[in-house]
Design a binder for this molecule. Structure first.
Ligand code: CTP
Ligand code: MG
Length: 237
C-alpha cells in the first residue's frame, strides 16, 4: 500500500448533476431506494469507513434537497459548490481539500450515484493501490462494436477493455494539477484516471464487484434495490 503512514485519507463526492437521463422530477441522488435517498445510502457507506477523515460533497447551486438531508450536517461532511461538469465539480472539491490537506494526503473520489459500493472493495482498492493511484473497474463482458451512423465499422477486441467505476484513489495535489491541465486543454474528462493518464501516469486497475452500478437510467433504480437487498442478505450492509 503506497499511502504513507502519516497520510490522511479524504473522500470527495461529486453530486452536482441534474440526472437528465433519469428524467425524474428531482435529481437522481434524491430518489428513494429501500426507504432512504440514494445520497444517504452512498454517504452512510463512506461514513462507515473510519479511515476517511472528511467527506467533501459537491452540490449544485440550485439544489434545494441537499440541505434538508440530516446526513448533510454530519460532522465529517463538508458541502461545497460543484461546477458545470463532473470534472469541474471534482476540481472544486480538490481546491477545497487543498485548504486543509497536505501534499502527502490522498482522496477517494466516488460518484454520489453509486450507492451499492462495498466497503470490502474500497479496502481492496486501498490495499492494491499503486504509487500513481488506482481505480475500481470491471472487465467488459459484452462484445464491443465501433460504429458510425448506426453501422458497424469494427469489432473491438475486448480482452484489454475495462469499465471504469468509482471510487478512484489518487494523491490530492497531483490529481488537482492533472485535472486542471486537462480541463485547460478543453478535453472532455469523465473520470479522474483519464486526467492522470494525460499527465503520463498509469493508474492501477483493481477488479471490483459488478453491483457497484452508477444509477443513470430509470431501470437502474430497481436493479440497485435488488443489489442492496442481496448485500444485506449476505450481511454486507
Ligand atoms: N456530477 C457533478 N457535477 C456535474 C455533473 C455530474 O458533480 N456538473 C456528479 C453527479 O451528481 C453524479 C456523478 O457526477 O453523482 C456522475 O455523473 P452522472 O451519472 O452523469 O450524473 P448526472 O450528470 O446527474 O446525470 P446525467 O448525465 O444523466 O444528467
Ligand atoms: Mg452527467
Amino acid at each position: 500500500m503506497p499511502l504513507p503512514v502519516d497520510a490522511r485519507l479524504y473522500a470527495l463526492v461529486p453530486a452536482a448533476g441534474s440526472g437528465e437521463r433519469m428524467a425524474a422530477s428531482l435529481p437522481k441522488q434524491y430518489l428513494t431506494l429501500r426507504g432512504r435517498t440514494v445520497a444517504e445510502h452512498t454517504l452512510s457507506r463512506l461514513l462507515s469507513f473510519a479511515p476517511i477523515e472528511q467527506i467533501v460533497v459537491a452540490t449544485s447551486t440550485s439544489d434545494l434537497w441537499w440541505p434538508q438531508l440530516g446526513i448533510a450536517h454530519s460532522k465529517r461532511i463538508r458541502s461545497i459548490l460543484g461546477g458545470e461538469t463532473r470534472a469541474h465539480s471534482v476540481l472544486n472539491g480538490l481546491m477545497a481539500l487543498k485548504e486543509s490537506a497536505s501534499e502527502r494526503d490522498w482522496v477517494l473520489v466516488h460518484d454520489m450515484a453509486r450507492p451499492c459500493v462495498r466497503l470490502s472493495d474500497i479496502e481492496m482498492l486501498i490495499r492494491e493501490c499503486a504509487n500513481e493511484g488506482a481505480i475500481l473497474a470491471t472487465p467488459i463482458s459484452d462484445t464491443v462494436k465501433r460504429a458510425d451512423k448506426g453501422s458497424i465499422l469494427a469489432t473491438v477486441p475486448r480482452q484489454q477493455l475495462w469499465r471504469a467505476l468509482t471510487p478512484q484513489l489518487f494523491p490530492i495535489y497531483p490529481l488537482f494539477d492533472a485535472l486542471q491541465s486537462a480541463l485547460a486543454t478543453g478535453a472532455e474528462i469523465t473520470d479522474e484516471a483519464s486526467a492522470m493518464e494525460r499527465a503520463g501516469v498509469q493508474p492501477r486497475l483493481v477488479a471490483g464487484h459488478v453491483d457497484n452500478i452508477k444509477i443513470t437510467v430509470p431501470a437502474d433504480l430497481p436493479l440497485a434495490a435488488f443489489y442492496l437487498d442481496r448485500q444485506s442478505q449476505e450481511g454486507l450492509s
